[in-house]
Design a protein. Structure first.
Lengths: 174, 184, 397
């Protein structure tokens, strides 16, 4: 009983530290980038949430913020950057174009980034108001605190796979 | 747009100019495909005309209207010293889908022609580097043609639903990749 | 993944990929440079990473439904794109918006132009390492966006302009708010000027870099601040005045050297001239309707639509079929933030365009980028790319 309490509290402390020191990788492509720029500005200061400074190298970032439309041509680029970010990592899909393709439903655009990478929080809006983005950031922080972010859960999924002796990616159902 | 430019063009190249009109003040001349290089060079260099800027170049697909020739390549020329404009059009049939390139006359023609090749599949004879510019090389087809369905995607990153769609297509059950809200 | 993985065909040069995902705030672009030390010997620019199929979408929608797509072309100054497109369709239809609407279009257009140039300033200075001007600009831009939000309802993608006029009239107190705001924006511009224009580091990085002569700029199809930086006196508002620009008293700044510094200075001065135009427009604006009442173009008032059968049918036809312009084609051009924004529209008499081509001013700028950065250092790529002010939505459509 004592061990689980201590490790539980440790996990809570670690998640608390993670949520208030998010280093974002802003994968900015389109118009949502303008609202993203406003987010850094003095009025909707995102620095007060700890998620201020962007790290333009995927190795040094832990939150991938996909801002704006992702075209099919951009798909491999996004996938590669996502794979390069080290665990634990979170993904915010900023704007309807990144979430579902927006109103660009044609040959060129990917209908949402969740077709190729897992997303933790979706922010609708074209472009979303900065207040909506801050709300999403708080939502993500809550998810991180609860350990419910996709890559946080994946960590335990992989541990369970190892315990059951399965290959990575293999499902227990067979 | 200037009527005088059009008149001088008709005087200088009477057999090359097939048709002229001026709708809403835009003077337009439809010219023979083979002469476009000589005409544009004359328009650019002739004193008094000096159409020094190729403002825009694009193509139009008239498949739904049933025109023959199917395509039209449209050039917009502008003279910076004299401030007059002219539109030139060249008709391109589907069977012989090529036009002489203007890449030697205006530096911007390089990228504009690459875009027309990318979107319509019209070849430009004499272009130094005719490859896709807005889409990726793996893309098959020319999307702005009227017979290319709007939401036929060609994903670069393989996704599970692509494989399902491909299996269905092989069995003759679906024409294009599934999209949210149903394929058009 | 082919393009980013392949080297330039030059075995003795080091290939460095800049983009498609990169810190520069302007647009998603892929620049492949072949380096000899720090010097760029060969460059290849690949655009198209934000190609969203504007023209194909436009061919599938009715003429009025294209406005939100035009907002997202040059997304730092959406009002200017709206105005350009509306003028093109009005030219095709052969109608003119009422005078008050024309003044309103000029006012919102110039506010958008100030936003465009302010964003350019923020990105330019931020990417060279100067973080302070970015915050001043964001402060100023948020004030302007508040103003535009009061008019149109949205901070960024307004869709305020309609074919035949604008959507609705100015809110109460708008004139006073604007006249009170313009000096504050001027303070921001003055602060930027003091911080940057005679800054030793800024001058070293911007002067005599990427010089383009006037003839070359014209051959590349350049327009707007980039062309004026190279010394060519061409501004659509003065050369072919449209809306009510012929009644406004303003100047066009022209550069002399055609280097990065000149393009920066031209934009700095244009912000001041735009503020001048806004003041004059607010003085001169007459009362009157803000949209034409031509039944074939504009949907009727809601009260009439819900109460009379003729208006309801009119509304239905306009929404389902769309406006039906005559058969023909037009090329209409306005001065957008980056230069001559042209719309080439082809109509076959139905409610949907046969062709809706956007002539993107920054596409021409990007075509010259390879030529501009070759021979300079790697560190010059970003300031040069910034001065072209490529906006991905407009360049790639």
């Amino acid at each position: 009983m004592g061990v689980e309490f201590a490790t539980g509290k440790l996990a809570d402390a670690v998640n608390w530290a993670r949520k208030f020191s998010l280093f974002q990788y802003p994968f900015v492509t389109a118009c949502c980038g303008m609202e993203y720029m406003a987010l850094w500005g003095p009025r909707y200061d995102v620095a007060r949430f700890g998620a201020e400074f962007p790290r333009f190298s995927p190795r040094q970032a832990d939150m991938l913020m996909v801002v704006g439309t992702v075209t099919e041509r951009q798909g491999p680029v996004l996938k590669r950057i996502y794979e390069q970010i080290t665990e634990p990592k979170w993904v915010i899909s900023f704007g309807v174009c990144a979430s579902s393709g927006g109103f660009y439903q044609n040959y060129a655009t990917m209908p949402g980034i969740d077709h190729i990478i897992p997303v933790d929080v979706y922010i609708p809006g074209c472009p979303p108001r900065p207040e909506a983005v801050l709300d999403a950031l708080i939502m993500l922080q809550q998810k991180i605190q609860d350990g419910k972010g996709w890559s946080q859960r994946q960590y335990w999924v992989e541990r369970e796979r190892e315990r059951l002796g399965l290959a990575p990616g293999q499902s227990a159902g067979g | 747009m200037s009527k005088q430019v059009l008149d001088r063009l008709c005087q200088r190249f009477p057999e090359a100019v097939l048709e002229t009109h001026g709708f809403r003040g835009d003077e337009t001349a439809v010219v023979r495909r083979e002469e476009i290089g000589a005409i544009v060079r004359w328009l650019r260099d002739e004193p008094g005309l000096e159409m020094s800027m190729l403002t825009d170049m694009t193509a139009v697909d008239f498949l739904q209207q049933g025109h023959d020739p199917r395509f039209e390549v449209v050039y917009h020329l502008f003279s910076v010293p004299h401030k007059h404009r002219l539109r030139l059009k060249v008709q391109v049939p589907e069977q012989d889908i090529q036009v002489p390139s203007l890449a030697g006359l205006y530096k911007i023609a390089d990228w504009l022609e690459r875009e027309i090749w990318d979107m319509y599949g019209i070849r430009f004879k004499g272009h130094p580097n005719l490859k896709r510019i807005l889409l990726y090389e793996e893309f098959v087809g020319h999307p702005l043609r009227k017979d290319y369905p709007k939401d036929r995607r060609q994903p670069l990153v393989r996704r599970p639903e692509n494989e399902i769609a491909e299996v269905l297509a092989r069995r003759g059950k679906a024409r294009s990749l599934p999209t949210p809200g149903g394929a058009r | 993944m082919t393009t980013t993985d392949r080297d330039l065909e030059a075995p003795d040069l080091t290939t460095v990929n800049m983009g498609p995902s990169h810190p520069a705030m302007h647009g998603t672009i892929h620049i492949k440079v072949g380096l000899e030390g720090e010097l760029i010997r060969k460059a290849e620019v690949n655009i198209g990473y934000l190609h969203r199929g504007f023209e194909k979408e436009a061919e599938a929608h009715s003429w009025q439904q294209i406005f939100p797509y035009t907002d997202r072309l040059n997304y730092v100054s959406p009002m200017l794109n709206n105005v350009g497109y509306a003028l093109a369709v009005e030219k095709l239809l052969g109608i003119t918006a009422p005078e008050r609407a024309q003044y309103l279009r000029v006012i919102v257009g110039e506010i958008a132009r100030i936003c465009d140039h302010l964003t350019y300033m923020a990105a330019q200075t931020m990417e060279m390492g100067a973080f302070t001007p970015y915050f001043y600009v964001m402060k100023g831009r948020d004030w302007l966006w508040d103003l535009l939000e009061e008019i149109s309802g949205a901070r960024l993608t307004h869709s305020y302009v309609r074919i035949g006029g604008v959507a609705w009239d100015l809110p109460e107190g708008f004139k006073e708010k604007t006249l009170e705001l313009l000096p504050r924006i001027d303070t921001v511009v003055v602060e930027l000027d003091k911080l940057m224009t005679r800054n030793r580091i800024f001058l070293d990085r911007m002067q005599n870099i990427a010089v383009i002569s006037a003839e070359e700029a014209v051959s590349y199809g350049w327009t707007g601040p980039c062309l004026r930086g190279s010394g060519v006196d061409y501004d659509v508002r003065k050369t072919h005045p449209y809306l009510v620009y012929d009644r406004m008293d303003f100047e066009i700044p022209i550069g002399t050297d055609g280097d990065n510094m000149d393009r920066y200075l031209v934009r700095m001065e244009e912000m001041r001239q735009s503020a001048r135009i806004i003041r004059q427009a607010l003085e001169q604006i007459p009362p009157g309707p803000v949209c034409t009442d031509d039944k074939l173009v504009v949907i009727p008032r809601k009260a009439a639509t819900y109460n009379t059968i003729e208006e309801m049918i009119n509304h239905f036809k306009l929404v389902i079929d769309g406006i039906r312009p005559p058969v023909g084609e037009v090329y209409s051009y306005t001065e957008a933030g980056n230069g001559e924004l042209g719309f080439y529209l082809v109509s076959d008499g139905t409610g949907r365009p046969v062709k809706c081509r956007v002539r993107p001013p920054c596409f021409m700028g990007m075509a010259a980028l390879e030529r501009m950065i070759t021979g300079h250092m790697v560190a010059d790529v970003i300031p040069t790319f910034d001065t072209i002010n490529m906006i991905g939505g407009e360049c790639d459509r």
